[in-house]
Write a protein that binds this ligand. Structure first.
Ligand SMILES: NC(=O)c1ccc[n+]([C@@H]2O[C@H](COP(=O)([O-])OP(=O)(O)OC[C@H]3O[C@@H](n4cnc5c(N)ncnc54)[C@H](O)[C@@H]3O)[C@@H](O)[C@H]2O)c1
Length: 297
C-alpha cells in the first residue's frame, strides 16, 4: 500500500505477546510514538510489567489474554472499541517455538504450536479485520494489521519443522490478506526477523537439543538482533505501508540467496542439521562424562 505516511500519534493498538521480547519492545516503541497500547499476554503479570516499564507520551494498559481463545481475542478488540471508539493497529505477535528432531515432537506439541502461532494470528485477524474494513468504509484509514512471522516463514530450516510450518502460514495469510485489504483502507505487514535477543531463545527445545546455541547456530547467527531496533524497524515499515520486513540485513541476504540458489540453500540446510546434531551429541557426551566423574568423587 503506497500513499501518505501513517501518523502513529493517538492511534489505538493491541500487541499480543506484549509481556516479553519483541512484543514488549513494540509496546515501548508505540508508546514513544504517542500511541495507546493494550499490552495483551497470556502472562498477565508480564503484561503489567511492560506497562510499568514503558516510557513516552502515549499510554499502555495490560490485559491477560490467551490468543488461542477466539472469544477472548474478540472481547479484547470489542473492549478497545467500546473505550476509545476504534482500533487502528493490531499486532498479532504472540508465538511459541519447538526445536529438535521431528520424530520426538508429540501431537500435543504440534497442536500447541498450531493453536498459538496459526490460530492465534487467525483469531486476531478475524476480530480486527472486519472492524477495520468498516472503519475504512468512508475511504479513509481503516487500520493496519501486523503479523510477526519469522525468517522461518521464508526459509525451510530443519529441526524446527513445526515452527517453520506455522510461520509459512503466517506469511501466506499476511501477503494474501494484504492484496485483498489494500482497496479497503487496511494495511497488512508481516515481520520476518532472524534470531532476536529475547527469552524465546531459551524455550521449547526438546530431546537433546537445548538452549540458545541450538537456535543461533541453526540459523548461522552469531549475535541476535536487538528487539528495540527491530521494533523501530517494524513501526517504520507500518508507517511506510510496507508488505514485509525481513531483518536484519544478513537475513535479507540469506533470503535472497535462498531464492536465487534454492538447491545450494537446501544443501546448506542439510549441513546445518548435521552440525547441530554433532554439536548436541558432543554436549550430551560431555554432560554424561561430568556426571559420572562427580558420582565417583
Ligand atoms: N526472538 C526470536 O529470535 C524470533 C525470531 C523470529 C520471530 N520471532 C517471533 O516473534 C514473536 C515474539 O517472540 P519473542 O521472541 O518476543 O518471544 P518471547 O517468548 O520473549 O515472547 C512471547 C510472548 O508471547 C506470550 N504468549 C505465548 N503464548 C501466548 C498465548 N497463547 N496468548 C498470549 N500470549 C502468549 C508469552 O507469554 C510471551 O510473553 C513470536 O511470534 C516469535 O515466533 C521471534
Amino acid at each position: 500500500m503506497s500513499g501518505p505516511r501513517l501518523d502513529l500519534a493517538g492511534r489505538q493498538a493491541i500487541v499480543t505477546g506484549g509481556g516479553s521480547g519483541i512484543g514488549a519492545a513494540l509496546c515501548q516503541a508505540l508508546v514513544a510514538a504517542r500511541a495507546h497500547v493494550v499490552v495483551a499476554d497470556l502472562d498477565g503479570a508480564a503484561a503489567r510489567r511492560t506497562t510499568e516499564r514503558v516510557v513516552g507520551p502515549g499510554s499502555a494498559r495490560a490485559v491477560a489474554l490467551d490468543v488461542t481463545d477466539a472469544a477472548a481475542v474478540q472481547a479484547c478488540v470489542d473492549d478497545v472499541v467500546a473505550r476509545s471508539g476504534r482500533l487502528d493497529l493490531m499486532f498479532n505477535n504472540a508465538g511459541i517455538t519447538f526445536g529438535g528432531e521431528t520424530e520426538e515432537l508429540g501431537l500435543e506439541q504440534w497442536d500447541a504450536i498450531i493453536d498459538v502461532n496459526i490460530r492465534g494470528v487467525v483469531h486476531g485477524v478475524a476480530a480486527a479485520y472486519p472492524l477495520m474494513v468498516r472503519q475504512g468504509a468512508d475511504g479513509g484509514f481503516g487500520g493496519h494489521i501486523v503479523n510477526t512471522a519469522s525468517m522461518g516463514g521464508l526459509m525451510a530450516a530443519g529441526l524446527i519443522t513445526s515452527y517453520v510450518m506455522t510461520k509459512h502460514a503466517v506469511v501466506g495469510l499476511s501477503l494474501a490478506l494484504r492484496s485483498e485489504a489494500a482497496a479497503k483502507g487496511v494495511g497488512v505487514t508481516v515481520v520476518c526477523p532472524s534470531a532476536v535477543e529475547t527469552p524465546i531463545l531459551d524455550k521449547g527445545a526438546i530431546g537433546r537439543f537445548h538452549g540458545r546455541d541450538f537456535y543461533l547456530k541453526g540459523q548461522g547467527v552469531r549475535r541476535p538482533h536487538d528487539p528495540a531496533r527491530l521494533a523501530d524497524e517494524v513501526l517504520e515499515a507500518v508507517v511506510a505501508g510496507r508488505a514485509m520486513l525481513v531483518s536484519p540485513r544478513t537475513a535479507r541476504v540469506t533470503w535472497l540467496v535462498g531464492r536465487l540458489a534454492p538447491r545450494f540453500t537446501q544443501r546448506m540446510s542439510i549441513g546445518f542439521v548435521a552440525k547441530q546434531r554433532a554439536m548436541q551429541t558432543a554436549r550430551a557426551d560431555e554432560a554424561a562424562r561430568l556426571a559420572s566423574g562427580s558420582q565417583k568423587l
